[in-house]
Ligand binder design. Structure first.
Ligand code: IDP
Length: 140
């Protein structure tokens, strides 16, 4: 299995509850390595640009409101089959549907305030990493 990278966001519901470390530990315990990380407060433009694929969905406005409601931690994660590994430890979008032991089951508040974002493909991971990080900010 190849070592690949994915992109993660620890969302405002998690930074508000001081869960940055708890989330990161679950990612690390799942075999992912944090090779870049920074805490920032997304602007409305950044949030709308990042979630542009969801522009037509009914929750788009609320989602951008939530993602700009407090700090986030954006991370690049590295590991074997990183995209799938991260999606597996994140759990289903709605914490009610997420499997026990996943981040969203254990920590998320709601389908919107669901603690983490993770890229859904290698192609999107590359796009999302480049949205927030310069190559020299990633130290593998
Ligand atoms: P994912 O984050 O599990 O990949 P997506 O369907 O890509 O899920 O949705 C992106 C984000 O939009 C979710 O993580 C969640 O924060 C929010 N979201 C998804 N569905 C709903 C909804 O029905 N109501 C409110 N927010 C939603």
């Amino acid at each position: 299995m190849a070592v690949t990278r994915t992109f993660s966001i620890i969302k405002p519901d998690a930074t508000r509850r001081n869960l940055t470390g708890a989330v990161t530990k679950m990612l690390e315990d799942a075999g992912l390595r944090v090779v870049a990380s920074k805490r920032l407060h997304l602007t409305r433009d950044q949030a709308e640009g990042f979630y542009a694929v969801h522009r037509e969905r009914p929750f788009f406005g609320e989602l951008c409101e939530f993602m700009t409601s407090g700090p986030v931690v954006v991370q690049v994660l590295e590991g074997e089959d990183a995209v799938k590994r991260n999606r597996d430890i994140m759990g289903a979008t709605n914490p009610k549907d997420a499997a026990p032991g996943t981040i969203r089951k254990e920590l998320a508040e709601s389908i919107e305030a669901n603690t983490v974002h993770g890229s859904d493909s290698d192609e999107n991971a590359a796009i999302e990493i480049a949205y927030f990080f310069k190559p020299e900010e990633i130290v593998g």
